[in-house]
Design a protein. Structure first.
Length: 185
């Protein structure tokens, strides 16, 4: 018996290799599509976090000159919301494919083995990015919840002080309708 593979075995190996290449190509394509989706969602998450920081800053600025417990709560909640939004905006620190490491490690690999290893590396990075995205989502939702609580505290503050003396820096309301009636008579 010869150690040489038969023609039949060679054809089967070629067919298996071709099938594996097609499968790996499809898996690479799907992994790349999912990575692109995570990247787009991360961009949208950053936009929402920027809006949160801006809204919290504006909320804080509009309440200057006020006094009272609910006012203080509203200010601190706005500050906390801005901080949570800023945390979401921090740059991602996840792994990327190591070009030099892969060149060194996979230089002598056959094509199927090389593609399979690269696909698994991309999949691992994708899973890490998805976990990071879920974590950022929770922080962002918490930030918007805190901002809503801040607005509620500001509303309570305003509604409880509606009939009290005006604040020292509040704009004065001038009644112009009474003077207009006197000048026309």
């Amino acid at each position: 018996m010869s150690d040489q593979p038969s023609r039949r075995d060679l054809r089967k190996n070629r067919r298996d290799t071709r099938r594996n290449k097609e499968l790996l190509s499809a898996l690479h394509q799907e992994t790349d599509l999912q990575r692109e989706d995570v990247s787009l969602r991360t961009g949208m998450m950053s936009t929402r976090a920027s809006i949160l920081v801006a809204a919290a800053s504006l909320s804080t600025a509009l309440q200057s000159g006020q006094q009272g417990l609910f006012f203080v709560a509203a200010i601190w909640l706005s500050v906390l919301a801005a901080i949570l939004g800023a945390v979401v905006l921090l740059p991602r620190l996840g792994d990327q494919l190591s070009i030099q490491g892969n060149e060194t490690d996979l230089w002598d690999s056959d094509e199927v083995e090389l593609n399979r290893d690269l696909m698994h590396q991309k999949l691992s990075i994708l899973r890490q990015d998805e976990k990071s995205l879920l974590w950022r989502r929770q922080v962002l939702l918490s930030g918007y919840t805190v901002l809503a609580l801040s607005l509620a505290a500001a509303a309570i503050h305003l509604s409880t002080n509606i009939n009290s003396e005006s604040e020292p820096n509040a704009p004065q309301i001038v009644n112009t309708t009474a003077r207009t009636a006197q000048t026309t008579n």
